[in-house]
Design a protein around this ligand. Sequence first.
Ligand SMILES: Cc1cc2nc3c(=O)[nH]c(=O)nc-3n(C[C@H](O)[C@H](O)[C@H](O)COP(=O)(O)OP(=O)(O)OC[C@H]3O[C@@H](n4cnc5c(N)ncnc54)[C@H](O)[C@@H]3O)c2cc1C
Length: 325
Amino acid sequence: MIPDEMKLPGTPLIIGQGLAGICLAWEFLRRGVPFRIADRGVGGSTRVAAGLINPITGKNFEPSWRIADFHPQAIAFYRSLEEEFGLTLWHPLPVLRLASSEKEWAKISAKIDLPEVRPWVGATRAIPKSFLGGVELTGGGWLDTRKFVQLSADYFRELGLSAQSGKPRIRCEGAAGLIAGSMGGHRCAKGEILTVQADWPETHIRIGAGGWLVPIGGGCFRVGSTYDWDNLDEQATAAGLERITAIAAKLGGADFEVIAHVAGIRPILRRSQPLVGKDESGDWVFNGLGSKGTLYAPGMAVMLADWILDGVRPEPEFVFPDALF
Ligand SMILES: Cc1cc2nc3c(=O)[nH]c(=O)nc-3n(C[C@H](O)[C@H](O)[C@H](O)COP(=O)(O)OP(=O)(O)OC[C@H]3O[C@@H](n4cnc5c(N)ncnc54)[C@H](O)[C@@H]3O)c2cc1C
């Protein structure tokens, strides 16, 4: 029930059907709030993403920002959609974080017993010979982002929710919106991914050698990724192919066949820490999911719905533009 004073001036229009817009749409549906949703139908990084969640990330082997809040919410959300539709979207898999140098391994081993890291550390596993050390992490897995987008878009269309106009507008436009300048400066980065077929173990996601390797079933793997801040187009390149081929060889082995090569643009405002708020024209915005949309989109959508519908303003660190200054 929407309190009288928070009643919306019309039927809100969600612009964008990537992770941000779709998670918000599901949240509106669950609360029984009328809305419409639009997408121009081309591009979008959600269709390209590997959908990976890795709790302890980066060169510095650090827990993802606010992981303890967002991780349970994300998994519960994807599970609830699976139950509703009777199919699998979220594929939990342990992560094998591998170190190529003594220095990298020293950094990882020094952090394994920290109180914020220890809960994510699993049983030790055999480390591939080409690495100096490795640690197994729990809580990882991958979301089938293509299936997630397709299933949701079809469902919303069948309910007659597709439209091009509505008010207030809620812009969930990903990198396209950021590049158009809707939220000021940005740090969007192009990334390329390969899908390969190979006879490699499918028990773990492997992370190391500056990339990752995600088994997606049937002897297929997604491998990535590149970061390019200068060429913000969605074209796969020969340089990207070469770079990711090297990652695949290191993480999996020399023998594989490339079956797909795609590129997309990560919507980055400040690392992978998303924001919600209002832009200069008074439209709501939800953007900046960066490289971690799978982890953050469900929780941020709940936060934005609480704000739009119930007037509950999120903590300052989630609010655009305040958190940027
Ligand atoms: C190579 C690569 C690998 C990645 N791997 C991972 C990963 O493993 N794990 C992870 O969590 N994240 C990953 N990401 C990041 C992830 O893709 C993003 O965090 C997330 O998908 C962003 O979702 P979004 O909804 O904000 O944007 P998008 O998915 O880009 O969706 C925005 C949508 O808005 C539409 N749109 C834009 N402007 C308009 C307009 N004016 N009118 C109508 N429609 C409009 C677009 O068509 C698009 O469909 C990866 C990204 C890339 C590029």
